[in-house]
Ligand binder design. Sequence first.
Ligand code: PXL
Length: 269
Amino acid sequence: MKRAPRIAAIQDISGFGRCSTTVVLPVLAAMGGECCQLLTACLSAHTAFPASEKATFLDLTGQMAGTAAHWAELGVTFDAIYSGFLGSAGQIGLIEDFYRQFRREGTLVLVDPVMGDHGKPYTPELCGRMRDLAAQADVITPNLTEAALLLEEDYADLPRDEEGLRAWLERLSLDGRRSVVLTGVSLRPGAIGAGCFDRATGRIRFAMARQEPAQFPGTGDLFASVVLGAMLRGEPLETAAQRAAEFVQRCAAHTLALGTPSLVEIYLM
Ligand code: PXL
């Protein structure tokens, strides 16, 4: 029997709040993958909660090269390398070293260029180097804020229609060299999803689902994980993105029905 697709998941772990590792690991496991965690940081809670002096952040940069060296000694190989939230810009060099060590023909490199949301960068110093990392990816999964940061465009100049989104998708593809799943895209009220450029076909398609009346942190991680899990099962990018859009919608509807605080309510805490 063929072994499960193995993924190096380069993410933080946040103890409270559902994002990064606590989303990526169960989703990819449920989709039949074997996730190996290369942790970037350990936080008491994700950063969408109000700033607090009690919030803890343990930078795990010092563990990353050693972890990779041990994996190399064990002869571990990866079908995918998936990075998300990083502890610092300095970690990008370590991820590039990781590519040199572990990227082989057929290894799918997905960079979720986690840099910001709602028009604001989390850490502005990270953006230049994240652009370099994303340039080496097979697939990127930016939200609209991250797309603006990658393209060095003003968030105020976000495309408002399909034609404008197509132009951004083309530019984000770096002349068709990488596939793009641009999340948080809406072409009409009540529907939200992703615009996709598939480098395998050169085609742009939109993967949409019903928009729930609330936003929750971690949905970008959920979206990217489902896209990756589906691609590792051999699904084309558009099918993978449609599956992700529908799953995120179902999760948001369920989370809402449970009375979980939405992003807006968290900000008012
Ligand atoms: O969902 C992305 C993410 C991951 N990890 C941490 C975060 C965020 C977004 O805010 O704060 C720690």
